[in-house]
Ligand binder design. Structure first.
Ligand code: DOR
Ligand code: ZN
Ligand code: ZN
Length: 386
């Protein structure tokens, strides 16, 4: 039937390249079906699962399983990254060509930044032969170890060992250099520091094949917003300083940063109920991230609708080769009808995700997707997944 779009926007489906769907191994946090339902409820029609499951997605049969589960769920298009090494801290590279034939879209170290420069170099060299990007979660573990939030006045005041910004930036610098030496495709996940932005800017100016994403929560919150009573503010990389946040904005405005990505990281209530220092890192993003960015930036005129779509649909689809569903003329489209005036109090009972670790719980959000179509099929209507 006809849809009344008066006062609303029809967006191309949003594309989120960084989600943790937790299947196999951590289904108490999320599974592929619940994560893909959360995606379409939040306006995302394509998502890429990270490989830090148990077992790790480091061989073809498991990658094919993840993709099949995504298809069975029949909601968002589910893509997957494979791990770079066999096992998350592995010392042997995966069979990249075989995994590519199995349908993976990238190779990711997510969850454990590759500590060995030699391994990263090999990963870039071999991934280059497949044409797929290496997704780097840049973190020097020797610098980050034992930290819970960004090293700052706040970490000192709260009595936490801070995570220095350099634990990320030194690895970004390293990986940009290695991308230059190998000519491999590099995608830097959740950039959160000024020095990281500068290194990526320099690499791009040299013509290297680098892209980068920012987690929207790093634009909305700073380390000063962290309260020990709400562990949903505990995320990795940690919430940035004001100065780093400014640099992320500069990076978005001048094209150094290519895309937003939620890093949807569901964790159970029990895990997040632990004391701040012991709770796991991660924010549940798929059902609240678009509304969060809308109300914080687009509604205030800080970010244009066109730029939002570039950052969260066009650029990510292009980088990982998924244009088909969203943009090709003559193909059934992935679309979202978005109502900038719609309000909703974020209520765990209404969430599709199995986990509710978001700072927005119980808060009212304004600006929400109302209908979502994937490949021309209506999968969410009036805030309910069909
Ligand atoms: O906060 C995070 N949680 N950051 C990551 O990079 C990994 C993720 C997870 O797997 O929970
Ligand atoms: Zn990560
Ligand atoms: Zn992640």
């Amino acid at each position: 039937g006809l849809v009344d779009g008066q006062g609303k926007y029809l967006f191309p489906g949003l594309v989120d390249v960084h989600v943790h769907l937790r299947e196999p191994g951590f289904e108490d946090k999320e599974d592929i079906a619940s994560g893909s339902r959360a995606a379409v409820r939040g306006g995302f029609t394509s998502i890429m699962a990270m490989a830090n499951t148990s077992p790790v997605v480091d061989h073809r049969a498991l990658a094919e399983f993840v993709l099949r589960q995504g298809q069975r769920a029949g909601k968002a298009r589910v893509y997957t990254a494979a791990a770079v090494t066999k096992g998350l801290r592995g010392e042997e590279l995966v069979e990249m060509m075989d995994l590519k034939e199995g349908g993976v879209s990238a190779f990711s170290d997510d969850g454990k930044g590759i500590q060995s420069a030699e391994m990263m170099r090999l990963a870039l060299e071999y991934a280059k032969l497949t044409g797929l990007p290496v997704v780097a979660h840049c973190e020097d573990e020797s610098l980050a170890a034992g930290g819970a939030i960004r090293k700052s006045e706040t970490s000192a005041r709260l009595g936490f060992k801070g995570i220095p910004a350099g634990s990320e930036s030194v690895m970004v610098v390293r990986d940009v250099i290695l991308a230059g030496e190998t000519g491999g495709k590099l995608h830097i996940a959740h950039v959160s520091t000024k020095e990281s932005v500068e290194a990526i800017r320099t690499g791009k100016a040299r013509g290297l094949d680098i892209t980068a994403e920012v987690n929207p929560y790093h634009l909305i919150f700073t380390c000063e917003d962290v309260t020990l009573t709400d562990t949903s503010y505990k995320v990795n990389p940690p919430l940035p300083s004001k100065e780093d946040q400014e640099a992320l904005w500069q990076g978005i405005l001048d094209g150094t940063i290519d895309m937003l990505a939620t890093d949807h990281a569901p964790h159970t209530r029990e895990e997040k109920a632990r004391p701040f220092g012991e709770a796991p890192f991660g924010i549940n993003g798929l059902e609240t991230a678009l509304a969060a960015v809308w109300q914080a930036f687009v509604a205030k005129g800080i970010l244009s609708v066109e730029k939002l779509i570039e950052l969260w649909s066009l650029n990510p689809a292009r980088r990982f080769g998924w244009e088909a569903g969203t943009l090709k003329p003559g193909h059934p489209a992935d679309m979202v009808l978005f109502d900038p005036e719609r309000r909703e109090v974020i209520d765990p009972a209404g969430m599709e995700s199995r986990s509710v670790n978001t700072p927005y719980l119980g808060r009212e959000m304004r600006g929400l997707p109302e209908m979502t179509w994937v490949a021309g099929k209506l999968v969410m209507k009036d805030r309910r997944v069909i």
